[in-house]
Design a protein around this ligand. Sequence first.
Ligand SMILES: [Zn+2]
Length: 131
Amino acid sequence: MALPLPAITPESAAFWTGGAHGVLQIMACTMCDHRIHPPQLMCPQCLSRNVRPVAASGMGTIYSYTINHQAWIPELPVPYALVIVDLDDQPGVRITAMLEADDLGAIAVGAPVVVDFHEREDVHIPYFRLG
Ligand SMILES: [Zn+2]
């Protein structure tokens, strides 16, 4: 059994498929420019439904992280790192994702990271690498 895939919904489709073009897509409000993550079809700041995905640079810095040694499902290779990343060009957006590194000991709060994607079926799952 493979790792489970995320469900594609109207609000999350751009986020999960943008990697097909190498682009991290973040929802943005066209009325007040608020950035919305996790993706929603309504702006939580001004309640407008005029939202659309915008391309993020994929560059960010580690806000927090954890190294996991427990294989919560058998297919999950351990140890692995989960990071919360502040995106450089998307104010207020923090993304939780896996981080892949040869040396997990090199991960640190404040370290620069860059997004990449794993293609699995019809989704492109964002993950980060140390930048
Ligand atoms: Zn708004």
